[in-house]
Design a protein around this ligand. Sequence first.
Ligand code: DAH
Length: 340
Amino acid sequence: MTEKVEVLKNQIQGFIVKTNSELEEFRLKFISKKGELSQLFEELKAVPADQKRTMGQMLNDLKKLAEAKFEELQSGLGNDGSSSAFDGDLTLPPIPNKTGSQHPLNLTRYRIIEIFERLGFNVEDGPEIEDDWHNFTALNFPENHPAREMQDTFFIEKNPDVLLRTHTSNVQIRLMKSRKPPFRAIMPGRVYRNEAISARAHCFFHQVEGLYVDNNVGFSDLKQTLYHFAKEMFGRDTKIRLRPSFFPFTEPSSEIDISCLICHGKGCNVCKYSGWVEIAGSGMVHPNVLRNCEIDPEAYTGFAFGMGIERITMLRYGINDLRLFSENDLRFLKQFKPVM
Ligand code: DAH
């Protein structure tokens, strides 16, 4: 009997299962009432009285071993009631692949590109690490403009200044310097500001710059282009409003507001009870900027605009906190369109 116990012990320890039916084999052989182990318990009755105690102890140990092994094999198959083993229920739906979803800022960027591409705008790109000339000087920023201060901008080197670009307007300059007009382009990208992080501000965010330079480009082209954009992006009923403003690189300049999507102009806390929400800065390219890029302002005129991708995404999806975009919280991210 001791020998038999030894044989069964080895069999139990070495048992491997790949399928549910092999697991069932194990159960029948070592655990069920009709199995070999139960058989040994039967035989125990015939064992001489002086050996009964030790033999009984051995069998009990073997039984415990078999039960523990069964559990181990079962969890190895991933059996939690449903079966992932090959001979499981083949009619169950497959376990879905987790492919992830597209970031809402990308979804908005793609949509913006789509709208402007149909108007004949190219997509251009420029560096995030920029020199002072492309980020400020060429854009007609005066020497003492506050954006040039340490507390507004991240400097990488001083004298000569190298910094993280504060807007995508640097790409306007790079484009106009490197090619001949006409230009019709949008320039999406990441920008940086030295700001404390909150629900409404971040030290980095995204913009899309727009530039259209040709003979006879007028303010009405700017207005109509952005009106078309607003209707495509936010729906046919969207209205726009141009509000006089100031930027060193445009003259005249205006902020572009759209009618509030939440309250439709009645007033709510999203639009701060004004009925309007700002989506972009814009204006006619300043003659000094054209001159800085060796373009004759008598021959060419143009408009430019810069819009925040975060702002547009927040309006589009009803998101109320900027920090959600960069926290990588899957509960937030997985609500958007899956990657195909
Ligand atoms: N660069 C501006 C900013 O970051 C946005 C802007 C305003 C861009 C007017 C433009 C423009 O091209 O014409 O606030």
